[in-house]
Write a protein that binds this ligand. Sequence first.
Ligand code: A3P
Length: 272
Amino acid sequence: FLLISSPVISPRVTGAQRLPDIIVIGVRKGGTRALIEMLKLHASVVAAHNEVHFFDWDSHYQRGLDWYRSQMPYAQPGLLTVEKTPAYFTSVKAPERVLRMKPDVKLLLIVRDPTTRLLSDYTQVFHNQLAKHKRPLPLETLLMREGELNPNYKPLNRSLYHVHLERWLAVFSVDSIHLVDGDALIQHPLPEIKKVEKFLKLEPQINASNFYFNATRGFYCLRARGRDRCLHGSKGRKHPPVDPDILQKLYEYFREPNRRFFDLVGRTFDWK
Ligand code: A3P
């Protein structure tokens, strides 16, 4: 009887599911997938498989922390659990809710030139529409209204980093948030990920042998435990050509918001 009632332990599932120690809060299209995949190169990091959308979707949040925990991977004691949901960054409710879950959680925010991010955002929606057999609208139709930028176009707002970061900084100290330079992560992933390792107080482990440049993809791919792996084909897609006048308008639109973001974080980025 005793034998029958003992729990069945699967040899592959060991450890326990724990609330995350680290959350990649965004920004959408900043390079969040690359960041979490690179972080997983470290033997002490385990990551949730999917974007959980716990803190931004009320329907998920209402399920409570036990449900959230059940979305996490199994991890041995001493390992760090990470999840990424880029929509947290722009969610009004997320900062307070994350704080309530774990005040000492470590937050990673990967940012990228706001104009490039907007074009990447447009490109993602474009492909999502095609996949649903819908006809995507041209960028200009969405972005422009009577010759000016349409402030109601959501991707424009998502690139106003200072607006969203201010909400996080009203709740978390600046030391809780590590900024990753998404443009640098594309060009030179190793130094950028070493900074993350350091912020997380992880033993230095990720090294040059974990990366190789794939000329066909035009991006770095990952090498770990004898396996070579590039990100999914939906990462690193071509952006649409943009009218130079519109590009100029975008650069101008983001100039002041960028300056305010730089002030907030006490550093500058090489954006147009
Ligand atoms: P594009 O597809 O517009 O080039 P996210 O994972 O947050 O959706 O971000 C996607 C972006 O990650 C891609 O945007 C791509 O530029 C960037 N990226 C960064 N490092 C990458 C890598 N090693 N391989 C592929 N894409 C990478």
